[in-house]
Design a protein around this ligand. Structure first.
Ligand code: AMP
Length: 612
């Protein structure tokens, strides 16, 4: 954590500071503290940062600060590998620029109609955030002008490389004015990424947030993989299903401390928040109440909880993932005090998977995957806890007044002890019902990426056309994309056949892009792709949900409907050439021809450890 630095010390203009304050940000994250001054000074930057580190604000804030508000043409271009990321980044720009008058940001990604995009482009936007394919299309068509561009950002550069977009990225870079500022962010730094940086960045400042190794003992660490919109539900389950004396829940913003404390309070928890807006007296009072067991749960930001030493805290919940491993170690160190045992649970969205691994490395301890308590478990715990308090009451309280009442009611109501007890139990449990197993539906682990809690599902309006498929054929003066390296997939994979092949001009990157964007399958779960003349084969997880499979059938690549089906033509080394082919439902788990390791389904932890 950046100990003392504040946003106002970063020399950002007032409208941006106001936005950051309103969003509830307390302090810059480490990557922000390092990147913002350099980008504000107009320098090029190469940043090694993963999702979850706050990298979007690290480039958006300083570049917005350098924007000319009077100019309504594209001044900042951000290239992102997927439509999800493009939308997220555009939303972030909008949020940070909310107090900048006449500001416009435009996301441009495949699948949207060109007509709408053209209208928006004509209206004018200072910031464009797009996927490389669609940006290149607009450049080819002359509908996007970059001559006034001041800065270009390559976000998740390694992911763009992995998805086969890197030639497009190079072409776009070459089409930007020579004097523009370049910021490049990548979670990893493979040689191809370094080569691009060397070619396009001038005296680039390189920043990497070093993860200090520090071991933590006596603390059991686990994580839950979930989507952002499942977090609150998951939190209440964890609080019900776990044994703890007192708990501290870490979030990123002041507003989140208040919001979550309020929601837990409404559910009957003894909870308070702890954030940087509170004065010292309030803070001390809250800590005293926690020590005295007047409250059991604190919802805090990193800064506010720094140094907190309360022996009762036996459970730390990382509701929002920390920015780096150092912050993680600080956080979980709030438990396991005075030689006691402690537990730490981390909520991770699929996009933050890499950050989880970094933390695991730095702490030199595995963080075990856990599943959330089911409805049955929660029901059992409630019943047991009720029975325990019943036993205490029978043992410790003088109940003669109540026994007399029972004797009287049994006679007057002409009923039995069992019926009376059952009716009283029914009334007593109303605030916290015992019969709840069915009220807690299963929280399913997300299959792939996409962790924006505040974004509506778009699948309904998803068009049957993919960005790269409807791009006009080019004159052929661009080099062929480098083939994807052969990948060893683990877990349960099938080989699928898609009805687009070499004769249609398809390239592996087109297929990865289409599947990643349309089926929301992270590109790391897309296995080997073989291109044949009339069709192609691709290895994909065997358990793709049926609706996604059906959707993929209708997706177009290079003007061809994919019409995806399970390939029965032997194995991934060739598929068949259109002969016998029986379609199987997507959920079919029959042994597949794809290399099937012992690993679990995609996205599961052991896979993450073995493959990355
Ligand atoms: P990113 O790594 O850019 O995807 O950001 C991850 C999340 O952290 C987003 O929800 C941001 O709104 C949030 N965030 C970024 N910077 C800060 C900050 N300085 N304080 C609190 N939250 C932040």
């Amino acid at each position: 954590m950046s100990e003392s630095l504040t946003f106002s010390q970063l020399a950002l203009p007032e409208p941006l500071l106001r936005a950051v304050t309103e969003l509830g940000y307390e302090t810059p994250s480490p990557i922000q503290a390092a990147a913002i001054p350099k980008l504000l000074a107009g320098e090029d930057l190469l940043g090694q940062a993963q999702t979850g580190t706050g990298k979007t604000a690290a480039f958006a804030l300083p570049l917005l600060a350098r924007l000319d508000p009077a100019q309504n043409e594209p001044q900042i271009l951000v290239l992102a590998p997927t439509r999800e990321l493009a939308i997220q980044v555009a939303e972030a720009f909008q949020a940070y620029a909310r107090f900048m008058p006449a500001f416009h940001v435009l996301p441009l990604y495949g699948g949207q109609s060109y007509t709408n995009q053209l209208k928006s482009l004509k209206r004018g936007s200072q910031v464009i955030v797009g996927t490389p394919g669609r940006i290149l299309d607009h450049l080819d068509r002359g509908t996007l002008q970059l001559d006034k561009l001041r800065a270009i950002v390559l976000d998740e550069a390694d992911e763009m490389l992995r998805m086969g977009f890197i030639d497009d990225v190079q072409t776009i870079m070459d089409a930007t004015p020579a004097g523009r500022q370049v910021a490049m962010f990548s979670a990893t730094m493979p040689s191809q990424i370094r080569a691009i940086a060397q070619k396009h960045l001038k005296n680039a400042q390189e920043i990497k947030i070093e993860s200090k190794t520090s071991t933590v003992e006596r603390i059991t660490q686990r994580y839950v993989m979930l989507d952002g919109n499942q977090k609150l539900d998951a939190l209440t389950r964890v609080l019900e299903g776990e044994e703890y004396d007192a708990s501290i829940i870490f979030v990123r913003t002041k507003s989140a401390t208040e919001e979550i404390a309020e929601k837990l309070g409404a559910r009957g928890y003894a909870v308070a928040c702890l954030n940087g807006d509170m004065n010292q007296a309030n803070r001390e009072q809250t800590i005293r109440r926690l020590k005295a067991s007047q409250i059991d749960i604190i919802v805090a930001t990193d800064v506010a909880a720094r140094g907190l030493d309360v022996e009762r805290i036996s459970l730390v919940i990382n509701y929002d993932i920390p920015y780096d491993s150092e912050a993680y170690v600080h956080r979980i160190g709030r438990t396991g005090r005075a030689g006691r045992l402690g537990k730490a649970i981390l909520f991770v969205s699929p996009r933050e998977r890499r950050l989880l691994r970094t933390i695991e490395h730095a702490t030199r301890q595995p963080i075990e995957k856990m599943s959330l308590p089911t409805g049955e478990v929660i029901e059992q715990r409630r019943i047991e806890s009720f029975r325990a308090s019943l036993a205490n009451t029978i043992e410790a309280k003088n109940l003669s007044f109540f026994q007399d009442l029972i004797n009287d009611w049994r006679e007057k109501l002409e009923t039995t002890d069992a019926d009376l007890a059952a009716a009283l139990l029914f009334l007593a449990q109303k605030d916290q019902p015992l019969n709840v197993a069915k009220q807690f539906p299963e929280i399913r682990e997300p299959h792939a990426r996409g962790d924006r809690p505040d974004r509506p599902e778009r699948s309904g309006e998803r068009p049957a056309r993919f960005e790269r498929g409807d791009r006009p054929e080019r004159s052929g003066d661009r080099p062929e994309r480098a083939p994807r390296p052969r990948r060893e997939m683990q877990g349960n994979y099938n080989t699928y056949r898609i009805e687009v092949g070499k004769e249609h001009g398809v390239r592996a990157g087109d297929i990865v892009g289409a599947i990643a964007n349309e089926a929301n399958i992270d590109s790391q779960f897309i296995g080997n792709i073989k291109l044949f003349d009339h069709f192609s084969t691709v290895e994909l997880p065997a358990d793709i949900p049926t609706e996604i499979f059906q959707h993929l059938k209708k997706v177009y690549v290079r003007k061809q409907k994919l019409n995806i089906s399970v390939d029965t033509g032997g194995n991934s080394s060739g598929g068949n050439s259109g002969g016998e082919r029986a379609e199987r439902p997507a959920g079919d788990r029959r042994p597949s021809s794809a290399p099937a390791g012992a690993g679990p389904r995609p996205g599961a932890a052991p896979k993450r450890r073995t493959r990355e």
